[in-house]
Write a protein that binds this ligand. Sequence first.
Ligand SMILES: [Zn+2]
Ligand SMILES: [Zn+2]
Length: 348
Amino acid sequence: MRAIKWNDSDGELKICSTPVPELSKENNILIKVKFCGICGTDIHIINKELSAKNGIVLGHEFTGEVIEKGIDVTTIDVGDRVVVNPNEGCGKCNFCQRGKPHFCLTGGLNSTIGIHRDGGWAEYCAVPESQVLQLPKIISYTQGVLCEPLFCIVHGWDLLGKVPDDSNILIIGAGITGLLWAKMLHHYGFRRVTITETVKSRLKIAENLSTDYHCIMGNELSVLFKGKTPDLDGFDFIIDCSGNPGGIQNGINYIKRGGTLNIFGLCPSGSKIYIDPSLICLNELKIVGTLINPFTSSRAIGLLENMVVNDINLNQMGVETFKLNEYKNALTAVTEKRITKAIFDLNE
Ligand SMILES: [Zn+2]
Ligand SMILES: [Zn+2]
C-alpha cells in the first residue's frame, strides 16, 4: 500500500510503498482508509515543534470502511463505515483513574494514532476496537474527517462551563477549528458571536459561513470598542483558535467581568502573553486550556450528525481534497493559509 511516513532524523515526509498492516491483536480492526485530514498538529510535527515516532505513518483524522476484524471484536463489523478516535488512556495510571486520560503517562498524547502509532495517511490502518466508532450514514466520509477536530472542540466547550444564552463570544482565528466552533455555536443558537482573523481570505470564508456572525480583522477590535468599556461591554467568552500569542494578547483587552478565555489553539512553546493579575482577581477572569478529547468522541459524532442535517459544507468551509502524492501541494496550501484544511482522498 502507499503511505506517507515521517522521517524524524532528516525531518522529512516520504511517500512509500509499505505492507498492509496485519491484525497483530485479536481486538484489532483493519480499516480501508477513505479520507484523512492534515491537522495543525501534523504541521507542528513537520516543523519539529512536536515530536512523533520516527518512521511513523502520520494522520489522525480519518474515516474508512472496515475490511477485516480480529476474533475478539464485537461492536464493529466488516463493511461498517467508521471513524477513529486517535487517543486513548492506559486506564490504570493516576490521571486515567481520575478521569483524565488525556494526561495519561503512557497513553493519551503519548500513544496517539498518527503520531506514535501508524495512522491514516495510508491506504490501510489497523486500530484497536476501543478506538473505532461507527460513522452515522448521514455523515459523508469527507465530513467525517471533521469528527476528530470536533472531539476536541466538545472538550473545549465542556471546559467553558455554563454558557448563558445571551453570551457575547469572540472566536480568534478562522482556520478550520475556529469555523467549526462557529458552526457549533450557531447550531446551539448563539447569535452574538464575533470572529477575528489576520488573513483576509480566511475572513472571507468566515463571512460566507451562513452564520451571520460579525467577522473582522483582529486589529479592528479597537475600533469596535471605541468609546466602550470592555470590562462591561466585552466578551463573556474568548476562544482562541489561532495559536497566535499576539492574537490572544489583543483579545484579552476585550474580556468582560467574569469572562473566560479558552486557549484552544496551540501557541509556539516558550511564547508569552502578559496579563494584569489584579484584573484576574477583580474581574474574576478565568483562563482555561483545552487538550485533545477525553470522553467526547461519541457525543461529538452525535453533534456532527445533528449539525450536518442543517449544513456542513466543506467547500464553503475552505476545505480542499488532495491525492496522497500531492502532499507537498496540500501542505503548502495549508501553511500559506490559502485553504483552512487539506484532506487526503485515499479512494482509488
Ligand atoms: Zn487533529
Ligand atoms: Zn493512563
